[in-house]
Design a protein around this ligand. Structure first.
Ligand code: CP
Length: 306
């Protein structure tokens, strides 16, 4: 039985197959509408979510399955002190697969070690968000037709942004990917990723503070929100929150074929005026996320079309 804790749990070839399956689902959803008849997904969300939880639930419903779960720790027996390990043992008697989001790094991994069913990490603290990464890879491949020979700008909260950490870890396996890390000093990429992932693998990157300086050379601009919930004090958050605002003026400096991605939710970091720019791809990204989660569920449950 396989789980998904990190994008690295699957080889590049396996991810390619998953993306190929997502394309087939996108092109012919009817063909896949009953592949999970009788199956259930449990969405165990100890932290708030709009996209990830509803995307998993819609993905399973699209495949003919059904959904159980909770959307906050406060409505689960976690409030009575039940551990994540005990919870997955119990939920494993009801459901066929589970997606877990938890504020503590490693909680989904702990669950997977005792789970009778496949477990998907739907985001653990500031650590990883592998299905957002699948979404991001699939979006890049769909829009650019490739995941290689690209300059990718990552902008905003690179310190706490788990989507950025997951995406870097995944992208370094593709040829000739170069990163431009755009952040204020206080929100730089953690050294354990800069040194242990980028430096150790001889990946080309540079760090800059001004988005205006970086944007002309980018093929993809991945914007992120400053993560209020991970700050230790309100004052630091308020100081950082509007450091970057992507607006029409900055978009005018970008290439005609640069795409803007964002894992969402957006706060102020992309002005609403950018939404109508054909290069703004963040709402299309959400749709790609649903198809790739359908492909992931099918892969982990080892189901296919008859
Ligand atoms: N991208 C993402 O994880 O969004 P949610 O927090 O709404 O799930």
């Amino acid at each position: 039985m396989r789980h998904m804790m990190s994008p690295l749990d699957f080889s590049v070839d396996e991810l390619e197959s998953m993306m190929d399956l997502a394309v087939q689902i996108e092109n012919d959803p009817e063909k896949y509408a009953h592949v999970c008849d009788g199956k259930k997904i449990a969405t165990l969300f100890y932290e708030p979510s709009t996209r990830t939880r509803l995307s998993f639930e819609t993905a399973m419903l699209n495949l003919g399955g059904s959904v159980i779960g909770f959307s906050s720790a406060s409505s689960s027996s976690a409030t009575k002190g039940e551990s994540v390990a005990d919870t997955i043992r119990v939920v494993g008697t009801f459901a066929d697969i589970a997606a877990i989001r938890h504020p503590k790094e490693g909680a989904p991994l702990v669950a997977s070690q005792v789970s009778p069913i496949p477990v998907i990490n739907a985001g653990d603290g500031g650590h990883q968000h592998p299905t957002q990464t699948l979404t991001d890879l699939f979006t890049i491949r769909s829009l650019r037709g490739k995941i290689h020979d690209l300059t990718i700008g990552l902008c905003g909260d690179l310190k706490f942004g788990r989507t950025v950490h997951s995406l870097i870890t995944a992208l370094i396996r593709y040829p000739n990917i170069r990163f431009v890390l755009i952040s204020p000093e206080e929100l730089r990429l953690p050294s354990y990723i800069r040194e242990d992932v980028l430096d150790r693998n001889h990946i080309a990157y540079k760090e800059v503070t001004r988005l205006e300086d970086a944007i002309p050379e980018l093929d993809i601009l991945y914007m992120t929100r400053v993560q209020k919930e991970r700050f230790f004090n309100e004052e630091d958050y308020v100081r950082m929150k509007d450091f970057y605002i992507l607006d029409k003026e900055k978009m005018d400096l970008a290439k005609e074929d640069m795409y803007v991605l964002h894992p969402l939710p957006r706060v102020n970091e992309i002005a609403v005026e950018v939404d109508s720019d054909p290069r703004a791809a963040y709402f299309r990204q959400v749709r790609y996320g649903m198809y790739i989660r359908e492909a992931l569920i099918m892969t982990l449950l080892e189901v296919s079309v008859c």
